[in-house]
Design a binder for this molecule. Structure first.
Ligand code: GLA
Length: 701
């Protein structure tokens, strides 16, 4: 009997240990797709980026109390604290971080820890100078700032392995640590040292197998650049006029993107092995295109990103922010994601960048993330730093810790999101349309920007905004994505195409989809070599057009005339279209090609291909085109005044509508009927009044 009691007690005790230290169950796999709210114990992730090492320890307790009062349940810690965790090579000190975690955890706040490799310590550079990246002129970066290491330096790889391993071993069973952020904003700089050059040669060998194949693919006979040994291949460093072979330059961008992925994966593999029950993410940068996020994010459990809507001091570009959210979501199969750095004050380094945002905008931006699929919002940063480069980069609090208007609005938002969590949990973005982003085309345009005023992201943005103005949710897809579920896909300036992508797009159209292409499409093959087919190259047949002439815009004004006689301003580039099987939707209004086709539509299989030979310069024009294509195919949202966004999340047939007013004036939107206010429970009238910077969350029953 005594033995049975003893073994019963033993079972109870070990069950308690497992519950208290869930990561004790070492072999448990993290669920896929990853559920962020479940991960955070059923709470909507609401957090701040916190730097306890920047403040007196005596302040930690009052900080944690203030955070808890604002509904904060999550912090990101330690991503720049390498020197504090490894003050001397191979000697670790986590005691300070343990104490900070204890204080935060006691106030119901859990943490992700950043691996601190984004800012290596001065002693590491002093001891191993070759960890610093080299610029294209052959000069090594000197110590200072951050993010200036070489991805292929063996000394840096070893130092990375050491600190990541030590952190993982120390925190793998910590009940207050939910997981990891690897490094910080991976991407730059490109490094031109001997390690990276050797790694590039290895990458080229793996891609092309033989030098004959590489020479052929890159067309190295031009200027007699043919390579006889792998080691002759240069990096595209700063030569006279930066005139490097575009094929080599594109492969170098791909190589750097792949190397960044491999560096992230190196960290992920260590963390997974030692701490398999803790989740792993990274903080991406939205529209940043130094790396291909659809590849970089593959080893992560979920995507996180850093969102500064007012980066250039301009907060009118709310559709641009929406596009970045959707690109981030699309970079990992449209699974839910979080914002790891949400703008918490006015940005600035040595000067403040722009004007202060009205407090209501901080709430509006947080809801915008949620409306686009985020299941977590974490503000950068809790309090503005007293030290260093970012003294002017405002956190929620200023240095004096006064509970200012930003703190009040963040607290209000925290309470509301807690109230909405049950409704939001498990809901998703469902979009009938998508924008196709081609990382190869973006890089190829960086290498040869076409004309001065060309901007690939602006092409995406103009069609994206047209969808949003019509109240239509949009996804962002990549060449490897499944395209089959969409009704319309816009692939602007699809410069670089390979055979699999052409076939995929053709299948999409044949099955009834509408594909919108625009100028400079189908110009290059996958090696950044110009096609010898009539443009738009391999897409000409499905577009039903031939392009025998084009006119780059140089200080000239052009306009289109559509079939209804309406005139539309156009800019940047003018492809003169000759329809083969397509019908004309608009012609050019000026110049020697006036009257020739500028926009066409071609039936192909069960679908259609629209080709826009120019950049539409007004919102009314892109809206007219998108509304025409959506007609009868897609149900559009309510008619929206400027400055107002409408977005939808869905959950088991239930729809959750978000109406966000980014302007400083009250606005009215008329819906098809009254819906329930998700916060008050009351049924709102169909005519919704939205005060300045306000948000309304409505649901169907
Ligand atoms: C980035 C970084 C942060 C911080 C902010 C503000 O997003 O990830 O560490 O530097 O910018 O500058």
């Amino acid at each position: 009997m005594r033995n049975r009691v003893a073994s019963f007690l033993l079972v109870l005790v070990s069950a308690f240990i497992l519950a208290a230290h869930p990561s004790g169950a070492q072999s448990k796999e993290l669920p896929k797709p990853f559920d962020l709210i479940q991960w955070n114990g059923g709470k909507f992730i609401y957090g701040v980026d916190y730097y306890p090492e920047h403040w007196n320890e005596a302040q930690w307790e009052s900080d944690a109390k203030m955070m808890q009062a604002a509904g904060i349940n999550f912090v990101r810690l330690a991503e720049f604290a390498w020197v504090k965790m490894e003050p001397v090579e191979g000697k670790f000190d986590f005691a300070w971080l343990d104490r900070a975690l204890k204080v935060l955890n006691a106030h119901g706040i859990k943490a992700v820890l950043g691996t601190p490799t984004g800012s290596p310590p001065a002693w590491l550079y002093a001891k191993y100078p070759d960890i610093a990246a080299m610029d294209e002129n052959g000069v090594r970066y000197r110590y200072g700032s951050r993010r200036n290491y070489c991805l292929h330096s063996p000394n840096f790889i070893a130092a990375t392995q050491r600190i990541v391993t030590a952190m993982a071993e120390h925190y793998r069973n910590h009940p207050g640590v939910l997981g990891w952020q690897t490094d910080n904003e991976l991407g730059d700089p490109l490094c031109y040292d001997a390690y990276c050059r050797a790694a590039f040669h290895k990458w080229c060998r793996a891609q092309y197998k033989s030098l004959t194949a590489l020479n052929k693919a890159w067309g190295t006979i031009f200027w007699g650049h043919t390579y006889l040994t792998w080691s002759e291949i240069p990096l595209p460093w700063n030569t006279l006029g930066k005139a490097h072979n575009p094929s080599l330059a594109l492969d170098h961008r791909r190589f750097h993107s792949a190397a960044t992925h491999d560096y992230l994966k190196l960290q992920v593999d260590i963390l997974r092995k030692i701490a398999p029950t803790q989740a792993i993410t990274h903080n991406d940068m939205g529209m940043y295109d130094g790396v291909d996020y659809s590849v970089l994010n593959e080893p992560l459990d979920f995507v996180a990103w850093d969102n500064y809507p007012m980066f250039g001091g301009d907060y009118s570009n709310y559709f641009g922010v929406g596009l970045a959210h959707d690109l981030m979501r699309g970079s990992k199969d449209n699974q839910s994601f979080m914002v790891m750095e949400q703008q918490g004050g006015l940005p600035g380094w040595s000067i403040f960048w722009g004007r202060q945002a009205a407090p209501g905008l901080f709430r509006a931006w947080s809801y915008q993330g949620v409306a686009h699929g985020a299941d977590g919002i974490c503000y950068f940063r809790w309090r503005t730093s007293r030290y260093g480069t970012e003294q002017y980069w405002q956190g929620i609090l200023d240095q004096d810790s006064y509970a200012n208007a930003r703190y009040q609005i963040v607290s209000q938002t925290g309470k509301e999101l807690a109230q909405l969590t049950e409704l939001l949990h498990g809901s998703k973005i469902v979009a009938p349309v998508a924008l196709l982003v081609s990382p190869d085309s973006r890089w190829a345009f960086h290498i040869q920007p076409l004309v001065k005023d060309f901007d690939y992201n602006r092409q995406l943005g103009l069609y994206y905004a047209a969808f949003r103005r019509a109240g239509i949710n949009a996804d962002v897809v990549f060449p490897q994505s499944d395209l089959s579920g969409y009704k319309i896909i816009v692939a602007p300036s699809l410069f670089v195409v390979d055979k699999p992508l052409v076939e995929k797009l053709a299948a999409f159209v044949k099955n009834g989809g509408t594909l919108v292409l625009s100028y400079r499409t189908g110009v290059k093959d996958e090696h950044n070599v110009v096609t010898d087919q009539t443009l738009p190259g391999p897409l000409a047949e499905m577009a039903g057009i031939a392009i025998h002439d084009f006119d780059p815009q140089t200080n000239q004004e052009q306009e289109l005339v559509d079939v209804e006689g309406e005139r539309h301003p156009a800019r940047v580039w003018f492809d003169v279209l000759t329809p083969t099987t397509a019908q004309v939707l608009a012609t050019y209004g000026k110049g020697y090609y006036a009257g020739q086709a500028a926009i066409t539509i071609n039936n192909f299989g069960n679908g259609a291909v629209v080709y826009v030979g120019t950049e539409l310069a007004s919102a009314a024009s892109s809206s007219k085109l998108i509304n025409f294509l959506a007609q009868g195919k897609i149900s559009v949202g309510p008619s929206l005044p400027e400055g107002l966004e409408f977005a939808v999340r869905e959950k088991q047939g239930k729809q959750i509508f978000f109406l966000i007013n980014y302007t400083e004036k009250a606005q009215t939107v008329t819906l098809d009927r009254g819906y329930q206010n998700a916060l008050t429970g009351e049924t709102e009238p169909a005519e919704v009044q939205l005060p300045a910077f306000d948000v309304r969350v409505l649901t169907t029953p």
